[in-house]
Design a protein around this ligand. Structure first.
Ligand code: AMP
Length: 231
């Protein structure tokens, strides 16, 4: 699947399905670029930018940030990247059909050198709730590395409560509390079908990954799905 062309991967999956962890492994091991719209949103809130307040309000009330705001952020990011070579993962974008349509238009009109691959991470809601109860995030908004304190997890930090990468304290996300997670899942499922329907309609193959497995196994499956199993 990975050829000489520049590639962009869209990771579709509920919160906690491992999109971010697989993206991080790809950036560490293969030098790919990762654009997490959730991380971008949290950076805006921390830096108290003009749009930070609007984003903060949406996240706190368990809602999605508006399509125009998110799509604008993604377009800016691609424009800043210019025609740099390499593979990009979009982690958490698009999340709605409107975002997928806008991004598709961008690919057709301005980024036609990019080849799009759609990856869907499937996992049961109950597994997600269990996972997110143990998820810890580096509180340094420039880092936001993800850890798990669940017994036996490959994502355990080396020192309790401290980020392995930057040494800052790690903590839970407010929107990872069980009620907030259930609400986010409800929103996710509402949009997922429309999103997948859109990609089927434009005849994009959707690569399915069973994300209800260990991170190591999901990474192996991902590599084999995208033709990197010899890496
Ligand atoms: P995440 O870290 O991907 O779970 O995103 C955290 C929150 O940021 C989400 O619950 C949304 O409020 C917001 N967000 C991130 N990506 C998007 C997106 N593509 N569309 C709308 N809202 C988003």
């Amino acid at each position: 699947m990975i050829g000489g062309q520049q590639n962009v991967f869209i990771f579709i999956g509920p919160p906690g399905s491992g999109k971010g962890s697989i993206s991080s492994l790809c950036t560490e091991k293969f030098g790919w670029k990762q654009l997490s719209t959730g991380n971008l949103c949290r950076k805006h809130i921390a830096r108290q930018t003009k749009i930070g307040k609007e984003i903060d309000f949406a996240i706190k009330s368990g809602k999605l940030v508006s399509d125009s705001l998110i799509t604008g952020m993604v377009i800016d990011w691609f424009m800043q990247m210019g025609d740099q070579d390499g593979i990009t993962i979009l982690d958490g974008f698009p999340r709605t059909r409107a975002q997928a349509e806008s991004f598709n238009e961008l690919l057709e009109k301005q980024l036609d050198h990019l080849k799009l691959h759609v990856i869907r991470f499937g996992i049961r809601d109950e597994s997600i709730i269990a996972r997110l109860c143990g998820r810890y995030i580096c509180q340094n908004k420039e880092c936001q590395a993800v850890y798990s304190l669940l017994p036996g997890s490959a994502l355990a930090p080396q020192c309790e409560n401290v980020c392995d990468k930057c040494g800052m304290v790690i903590g839970r996300r407010k929107d990872d509390e069980e009620n907030a997670v259930r609400e986010r899942l409800e929103i996710y499922h509402r949009h997922e079908k429309q999103l997948l329907d859109f990609y089927r309609q434009i005849e994009r193959h959707i690569h399915e990954i069973d994300a209800d497995k260990s991170l190591h196994q999901v990474f192996e499956d991902f590599k084999s799905v995208v033709g990197l199993d010899l890496v």
